[in-house]
Design a protein around this ligand. Structure first.
Ligand SMILES: [Zn+2]
Length: 434
């Protein structure tokens, strides 16, 4: 038996915090430990208790840092790593002037392989251990993505973009081809190791009705797969969508008509929804994914978390690289907090850290495997340093409790706060020196 014990301060969520004083929603142990055997967590508790279970173990002492489940990013585009920070007045101009130009480069498999490798390095450096990812329209971009993911033994979700209109010729497939290619990729990659497949129509603007029908057929034939797309991000986008699909009542009804709603359906942005769209989203158990750095960067709008929760909608928070501006889920939650402030809602830091871990695991239906430090989960673990920069160190001197520390991390923290990232029990950010 080969046991590895990580020692440090432990934080793991049990349920959604109901307020800043909700101590029942999480487990916190000042001198705690996690025992890992192979890929999984086999014990969790105080250091003395965990240590006493084993005669032999390898100890990695991370004190005084915080040990948490790895962050989960439920909406990101790996093919847009070189689009980040592109100057554009709005979504559609950004898409046509930069993103569609960049994604054409993925016709080259070597380019796809090189970018996939760099993308995974960024995720690991930022403490993201699972992500739900758009690839490009080219099937080999999916191959490059999953090949790299498999190499790291990460729980990753990805899929080939389906699009056959309103984009450059080189990025166009057609309904039959997109169906055939997706079907082949699902067969090869879905549930292979820790990989999962997401059927990925980019959005209604770039798909004809026939292609959305093909996406619906794929989902009906593979109900265990995810469906990821974009919804209601920008007002010009909504107007153009209505022109292209005039018979439908609203944007979400289009996706409903083609059978794309459900508990594994992830709708990025979902900012400007009508009341009936909110009802439909809640009834279908679909998920709205907010991407705050992207929405601020492109001036798309302010996602109203309180209203969406009141409507009974499941919510996730994501980076949306390359419309988003940071790979860091800490930075992302820092901006999500500010967006909610603009809506006069004051998101507490316990809820933020819940959302980045167990919350995002729940919206992906993966809470049995990831998102907590519970025994039986994969040992996808991050080590957080609240004093990673001189400014953080100075501020940390006046901090009195866990909530204040978490709030500091989400406000000033980034990849520099990630001391180590363990993927399925293996140190991935820096080589394991001990
Ligand atoms: Zn996106």
């Amino acid at each position: 038996m080969n046991i590895k014990i990580l020692r440090g301060r432990i934080l793991s969520f049990k349920t959604e915090p109901q307020g800043i004083d909700d101590k029942d929603s999480y487990l916190y142990i000042e001198d705690g430990a996690i025992a890992i055997e192979g890929e999984k967590i086999v014990a969790l508790g105080s250091f003395n208790k965990v240590r006493s279970k084993y005669k032999q173990y390898k100890l990695i002492d991370h004190r005084p840092h915080l040990l948490m489940a790895g962050f989960i990013d439920p909406h990101i585009h790996y093919v847009q790593t070189q689009v980040v920070a592109s100057y554009a007045p709005n979504l559609l101009k950004w898409l046509y002037n930069y993103t569609f130009v960049e994604e054409q480069k993925f016709i080259n498999f070597t380019h796809a392989e090189q970018i996939a490798a760099k993308f995974f390095t960024e995720l690991i450096n930022n403490g993201t251990t699972t992500a739900c990812t758009f690839c490009s329209v080219h099937p080999h971009s999916v191959e490059a993505f999953f090949k790299e993911s498999e190499k790291h033994n990460m729980a990753m979700i990805g899929g080939k973009v389906l699009m056959n209109r309103n984009c450059p010729d080189k990025l166009r497939d057609n309904p039959q081809l997109s169906y055939d290619e997706s079907k082949r990729l699902i067969k090869k990659w879905h549930n292979r190791g820790r990989q999962k497949y997401a059927i990925t129509p980019r959005f209604a603007i770039t798909s004809t009705p026939e292609q959305l029908e093909a996406a619906g057929a794929l989902l009906a034939e593979n109900p265990d797969c995810y469906l990821q797309t974009h919804l209601s991000e920008n007002k010009d986008e909504i107007a153009l969508t209505k022109q292209l699909y005039p018979v439908h009542k609203d944007y979400l009804s289009i996706y409903e008509f083609y059978g794309l709603l459900g508990e594994k359906s992830l709708f990025a942005h979902s900012i400007h929804l009508s009341e009936s769209e909110k009802d439909l989203m809640a009834q279908s158990n679909s998920v709205a994914i907010s991407c705050p750095t992207s929405n601020l960067f492109l001036g798309s709008g302010l996602f109203n978390m309180q209203q969406m929760k009141k409507a009974g909608i499941r919510i996730g928070v994501a980076t949306d690289i390359g419309g988003g501006t940071s790979y860091s889920m800490l930075q992302t939650m820092g901006d999500f907090y500010k967006v909610q402030q603009m809506n006069n809602y004051h998101l507490n830091p316990l809820s933020s850290f819940y959302m980045m871990t167990l919350g995002n695991a729940l919206i992906l239906s993966m809470e049995e495997e990831i998102g907590t430090l519970e025994v039986g989960s994969y040992a996808d673990i991050i080590v957080l340093n609240s004093r990673a920069t001189s400014a953080m160190e100075l501020r940390a001197k006046t901090i009195n409790n866990l909530s204040e520390e978490l709030f500091l991390l989400q406000t000033l923290g980034d990849d520099r706060s990630i001391v180590q990232t363990y993927i399925a029990g293996k140190a991935a950010k820096y080589a394991d020196k001990s």
